[in-house]
Design a protein around this ligand. Structure first.
Ligand SMILES: *Cc1c(COP(=O)(O)O)cnc(C)c1O
Length: 351
């Protein structure tokens, strides 16, 4: 309890990011980072000249970056927003559109409920179906802010574009945020639908498929009205929210888009390997279209497996909430990392 914090904020439970331990070198499969380095273009883009320019403020409009995004995502610049990670965009969306209330699934990205409490919003929790698929009907006709991760986290499951359209059509007076942090690993983006639906906010990030989690770069595609709402909030909080080096890195990454597409294909291959091996060991594995899998075993509890893997130098993510406590979320890394992971699971299970 802080002496200085308001009562509301004292009650707030903050988001808990995955561990980033510095004590020893782990096979790190807990925060959905990419095992691959940024492209050569990104690595070579930042030299002394760019560092010397750090004395100047960066371009608050991020013009070059937005125009590259517009090119790659077949949009106009007025339909593109960039931010300090996609968490920043989600934050802005809750701030901007949460006053009518907000709805999201019970099992989804943990930050949604944090933002809802932060802004004191009326949050409607729509439980996933018993097979962990999204209860699409539960999101119809709400006319409030709706936030859906597609693929969902930590399940990896997707909903179809036609289901997203159903939700959009039945909520004409509410903004529907589709958080596509993992879309490049086998999902289908709804970014093109922003031309048809003025209540759709499609959010993506450079953190996962573009190997830039540490650079903090997220972007959104939406109707110009939504983008200008987000710009208003950005200019009312931090106009320089995407720093100069990150803007340069982002532009370079977009020019090397094929490199990242190939990496995503490798992740899908490594995911297939991991799923096959886990199933051979008797695990239940959800059908993931993301760079992680969500799996549980009848032979060992979720928590015990998490702990034993950590003792064996492999970090995965375990969540304690009742519905998913027997699962672990395992990030898909390089094939070598996944082989080590499977070996350690075998060792722990005594197989
Ligand atoms: C990782 C993740 C984000 C946040 O990504 P940043 O761009 O690094 O802030 C957003 N949504 C989901 C579902 C994620 O898993």
């Amino acid at each position: 309890m802080s002496r200085f914090l308001s009562n509301e904020l004292s009650k707030l439970t903050a988001y808990v990011p995955g561990e980033q331990p510095q004590d020893k070198k782990y096979v790190k499969l807990n925060t959905n980072e990419s095992p691959f380095p940024p492209s050569n273009g990104v690595i070579n883009a930042i030299g002394n000249k760019e560092i010397e320019r750090l004395r100047l403020y960066c371009d608050p409009q991020s013009k070059l970056l937005k125009s590259e995004l517009a090119r790659v995502y077949n949009a106009e610049i007025e339909n593109v927003f960039v931010s300090n990670g996609s968490d920043d965009i989600l934050n802005f969306a809750f701030m901007a559109y949460g006053h009518l209330g907000v709805a999201f699934a019970d099992i989804t990205y943990g930050f949604y409920s944090v933002f809802a409490s932060l802004y004191g919003l009326d949050a409607q929790i729509v439980p996933l179906n018993s097979d962990f698929t999204l209860n699409v009907n539960g999101f119809l006709g709400l006319n409030k802010l709706i936030v859906i991760a597609n693929p969902n986290a930590p399940t990896g499951l997707v909903i179809s574009t036609s289901d997203v359209e159903k939700i959009l059509l039945s909520n004409p007076n509410g903004v529907v945020v589709v958080d596509e942090a993992y879309v490049d690993f086998g999902g289908t983006s709804v970014s093109e639908l922003t031309k048809k639906y003025n209540n759709l906010l499609c959010v993506q990030t450079f953190s996962k498929s573009r190997s830039m989690a540490g650079a903090r770069l997220g972007f959104a595609i939406a109707n110009a009205e939504i983008i200008s709402d987000l710009e208003k909030i950005k200019y009312s909080t931090n106009p320089y929210n995407v720093n100069a080096l990150t803007q340069i890195a982002g532009v370079s990454a977009l020019k090397d888009n094929n490199y990242y597409k190939e990496n995503a294909l490798k992740i899908i291959e490594n995911r297939n390997y991991t799923v096959t091996e886990l199933k051979k060991l008797g695990f239940t594995v959800l059908d993931s279209k993301a760079n992680f899998v969500f799996a549980k075993s009848d032979k060992i509890s979720g928590e015990e497996l998490y702990k034993k893997l950590k003792e064996n130098g492999v970090l995965v993510r375990h969540f304690t909430s009742e519905r998913i406590k027997e699962f672990n979320r395992i990030t898909i890394g390089s094939i070598e990392e996944m082989q080590i992971f499977i070996e350690k699971v075998k060792l722990i299970l005594g197989e």
